[in-house]
Design a protein around this ligand. Structure first.
Ligand code: TYD
Length: 253
């Protein structure tokens, strides 16, 4: 079998050339990083969970008419996605204050925001993904004003969908990040949700207890990250079986 061509390797995923032009195979690794990769670990099963969860969210978004890059899941760790030009921005939507917003504005974690707030960070690991304004984005040409209108509309639709989905299983969607890509259909171009949507890129708190079920568990050493992600997957009805542990045979006495 011919070796696949690796296009890119990031902190949590590897991209390979897909079987047809315009497609990419997205492989989810078990690697977890935080604080711009200063903290690293391998969390067994995380890639499997994120592959399934991202499929679940992207498929749901597709079914309500939000365009995404997702085409189909290929196996436990890989999905086929549509190739696109990634806009070099991390698009963050916040419903409650947390993380960098709490620090910057001195807001207590969990403070409800008056309305969802959309923020942008420039995708640049060397600079630590700095916060940028629409003025920076327009002036440096990272996206056009028309793109920005589409990006805000997409981000808010994703927020409504994800907030409702999570609320239904007793989870509060505090904030999340998406990435958006550009695709060309003949003479037209449009923007689609790309990359991944998973507990790696969301803040998810149990509504009753406030327990964190996202990557903050890893960032803040709050317990088992794979248990937290498995809990999210179970509540959503994704992977009800113990599929994350399939790869590890155990001796039965
Ligand atoms: P934020 O509070 O700005 O940063 P941090 O996670 O470092 O405290 O993040 C807001 C949300 O966006 C949070 O759910 C994590 C997610 N996010 C990413 O997944 N990747 C990123 O590069 C950034 C900047 C945020």
């Amino acid at each position: 079998m011919a070796r696949r061509k690796k296009i890119y390797e990031g902190k949590a995923k590897i991209l390979y050339e897909g079987p047809e032009p315009g497609t990419i195979v997205q492989y989810f690794k078990d690697d977890a990083t935080a604080f711009n990769a200063q903290k690293k670990d391998v969390i067994e099963g995380k890639g499997v969970l994120n592959n399934r969860l991202s499929e679940f969210f992207m498929t749901g978004l597709g079914s309500i008419g939000v365009p995404t890059h997702f085409l189909k899941r290929l196996n436990m760790r890989e999905q086929l996605v549509r190739a696109c030009e990634i806009i070099p921005l991390e698009i963050i939507v916040r419903n409650y204050a947390a993380g960098t917003m709490s620090k910057r504005l001195g807001l207590e974690e969990g403070t409800a925001l008056p309305r969802p707030i959309v923020e942008y960070c420039l995708k640049d690991d060397k600079l630590g993904d700095p916060l940028v304004s629409e003025e920076h984005i327009a002036a440096f040409g990272w996206a056009s004003q028309h793109d920005m209108d589409d990006i805000v509309a997409l981000a808010l639709r994703v927020n409504d969908f994800m907030s409702g989905l999570m609320y239904g299983v007793g989870i509060k969607l505090v904030d999340f990040k998406i990435e958006v890509g550009r695709v060309y259909d003949g003479d037209f171009q449009r923007l689609i949700v790309a990359d991944e949507i998973s507990p790696d890129s969301c803040r998810l708190w149990d509504i009753e207890t406030g327990q964190k079920l996202d990557k903050d568990v890893f960032r803040q050493d709050l317990g088992s990250l794979s248990d937290a992600y498995t809990e999210v997957a179970k509540r959503l009805g994704v992977m009800p079986k113990q599929a994350t542990h399939i790869s590890k045979p155990t001796l039965i006495n």
